[in-house]
Design a protein around this ligand. Structure first.
Ligand code: B12
Ligand code: SF4
Ligand code: SF4
Length: 308
């Protein structure tokens, strides 16, 4: 085994030890195939009010412009599939990814450990940790690194564990062995496209973000357009429909990250509890949750939008 191979094995083993589901590596370079797709997506205003998607177009497509001297993109997946879901089937629904502690904190911490480990074991390696918030095309890198394929619902998925996981990266100035992409196993299936209640999956592999329930309930600051009234299928924060109907998610396995466990009262809250939720209860059940992003007022807006 040469030194580069040894480094690669060492990093992947540590990623596993830190609890990541998988770890794959790509050469840091310009994302040629994604460039025209991102451009088209923005031109069609598929980002709606998510103006931040317009920023840093060049950096978003080229990690060497984002992290100077970078050589490798290390992609990591962290499972969030819960062992239990909300008990009252008539209650407003919360996306499974938002049950526990905000993933940004949980993952940043693990990424810091991984970077420190690399610096301790390998030497002077420079790099940066990314989870969601920066101009990086997380899914494209994970796909390139062989961690799964991008499905028709535009999320990354695998035959082994479906799609209920987050994606993060370390972009570093160390040469490592690259992985190869896996085959697309969507085949003739269109379950996600057919099930989307707002027709946000406008064509295979393309989601018009500005029509997605996740966008309306989390990203949109203004009122939700009345044209969408009655179309949310009771989702009050995010939406899991296109993933819930995906046949590959039958193979999802519960996560083992204690910080992703919900507040003990959260899953037993009834429809009535949600309709009457006070700011105190909101602060208690969503203490460190990503739901804080909408604030109490945002969640109330969403719950009210679901009323007849
Ligand atoms: C903006 C954003 C959103 C927007 C827009 C969604 C979208 N599809 O872009 C909104 C708010 C709607 C959203 C919703 C959700 N999101 Co979001 N979101 C992001 C964010 C910040 C950027 C995504 C992006 O760059 N979009 C821009 C467009 C151009 O990219 P794209 O859809 O990936 O487009 C690619 C494909 O369309 C593909 N493509 C286009 N044409 C073709 C043709 C062929 C033949 C092929 C093969 C491919 C292909 O190429 C494009 C470029 O790579 C990422 C984090 C990050 N930094 O990457 C998280 C991220 C994608 N979201 C995530 C999650 C979990 C969700 C939700 C499931 C949350 C929820 N439960 O409510 C939903 C899922 C909705 C859906 N079906 O996509 C995860 C996905 C994890 C995974 N397993 O893939 C990410 C990666 C966050 C993370 N770090 O974990 N999200
Ligand atoms: S998350 Fe919901 S609204 Fe968004 S594309 Fe998937 S099914 Fe459609
Ligand atoms: S539901 Fe079907 S088409 Fe959609 S991502 Fe899953 S396998 Fe692919």
């Amino acid at each position: 085994m040469n030194t580069q191979q040894k480094h690669t094995v060492l990093i992947k083993a540590e990623a596993k030890r830190l609890g990541f589901l998988s770890c794959g590596i790509s050469k840091a370079m310009f994302l040629e195939a994604e460039a025209p797709r991102l451009e088209k997506w923005l031109q069609k205003n598929n980002h709606g009010e998510m103006r931040y998607m317009e920023n840093h177009f060049d950096k978003r497509l080229d990690p060497t412009k984002l992290v100077e001297g970078s050589k490798s993109v290390i992609s990591l997946l962290l499972n969030y599939y819960p062992s239990e879901i909300q008990q009252d089937a008539s209650a407003p629904k919360l996306s499974k990814y938002a049950y526990g502690t905000d993933y940004h904190f949980v993952i940043k911490d693990k990424l810091k450990h991984l970077l420190n480990f690399i610096q301790e074991k390998i030497g002077e390696v420079h790099g940066r940790a990314f989870v969601d918030s920066a101009p990086v095309l997380d899914k494209a890198w994970a796909e390139k690194s062989g961690l799964g394929w991008i499905g028709k619902h535009s999320n990354l998925l695998t035959q082994q564990v479906g799609s209920f996981y987050f994606i993060a990266e370390l972009i570093i100035d160390l040469d490592l062995d690259s992985d190869s992409p896996v085959t697309d196993h969507c085949g003739t299936c269109t379950a996600c496209i057919d099930a989307c209640p707002t027709q946000a999956i406008t064509e295979s592999y393309v989601v018009d973000g500005s029509k997605c329930i996740s966008y309306f309930t989390i990203e949109l600051k203004e009122n939700i357009p009345t044209a969408y009234k009655g179309k949310f299928d009771d989702w009050m924060f995010g939406c899991d429909i296109c993933q819930d109907v995906c046949p590959w998610n039958k193979f999802s396995k519960p996560h083992s990250e204690p910080l992703f466990n919900p507040h003990p009262e959260l899953l037993s809250m009834t429809k009535k509890d949600w309709l009457e939720i006070t700011e105190d209860t909101f602060q208690k059940v969503f203490k460190k949750s990503a739901v804080k992003r909408t604030k109490y007022s945002g969640l109330i807006r969403n719950i009210n939008f679901l009323k007849d």
